[in-house]
Design a protein around this ligand. Sequence first.
Ligand code: PLP
Length: 384
Amino acid sequence: MHTLDRFAQDKLDELARRNLRRSLAATIREDGIWVERNGRRLLSFSCNDYLNLSQHPRVKQAAKEAIDRYGAGSGASRLVTGNHPLYAALEARLAKIKDTEDAVVFGSGYLANTGIIPALIGRDGLVLLDELSHACIHAGARLSRGRVLTFRHNDVAHARALLAAHRAEHDRALIVTDGVFSMDGDLAPLQALYDLANEHDAWLMSDDAHGLGVVGGGRGSAFVGDAHVPVPLQMGTLSKAVGAYGGYLCASRRVIELMRNRARTLIYSTGLPPSVVAAAIAAIDLIENDPDYASLPLRKARAFTRLAGLPEAQSPIVPVVLGEEDSALAASRRLEAEGFLAVAIRPPTVPAGTARLRLTFTAQHPDEAVARLARLVRDDILAH
Ligand SMILES: *Cc1c(COP(=O)(O)O)cnc(C)c1O
């Protein structure tokens, strides 16, 4: 065997031995909650399409009209000729929702985080991350070439101790956290982190991939509860509750202008297809005009945690932590036999020893299906 294939095969064998091999399953999604896989129809509790907007007729129609008007692709980077007029409309909407001066849209959430962080922090800088921050935040922090330190999950005292010890050694400092944690569904202590950042002349950035559209009246994690936390860097994605694709940053006019000039993932990557941007605008219209609908995923998740005897959900994401990889895989197969799709999440996506089912609830999940899933998880999956 060629050394290249030998290398690939050895790596794959090792992953298989550790129950960490992954595979892609062709999945047909034809409405908001049902999927077809391996010839079976399953009720999905694994999509991030919390409001089922990827399948909404108005959203699909907006995408079709944009193709007819502007074509299938954008043709170049936004800095060259890819900046079709839909971008400005979408950015104005995002800035308004997040109550910031301006916004900029990137090709994806991953591209946003790997562009924003290096545009703010260089070799002499410090990036402080919650240890459970999304993989692309870690990637962006490393790309900055600054010093990267992690604080224990949601532990503001630990973050404070790290800043007290190291802030003075660096020219600039950035604190980054998920607003809603992608694999645990809990919320970051944004107000405390905001105060901490200000005490140490650090900048706070939140990743609201799982917040926009579903918490804080649809406006995201900085708007949960009574007080709005004026997080100066609010990043997020258009691929989850918004049902389309793309990433964004909402911030001050000057910071956004800096991104347009310095974020390499914006400058050196082709603009999003017009249809995707049009779909996002249509979805945001729906979110803004129907806050009751936006509250449904969290209400379904809370009904589930109540019936399953789990701690109350803080977002539409509910982890059922099972420990070892084989336990999570077995639980997923067990639920699949009952007609539910609940994909097992394993390391390195989650820390070793915390393999889990990660359940996501959406506006259109029928209450009786939520109740049946809760009984199965309580009496079958967790009882073992
Ligand atoms: C999904 C996700 C991303 C990446 O967003 P994409 O648009 O899918 O690239 C970033 N951060 C968090 C917290 C996420 O869950």
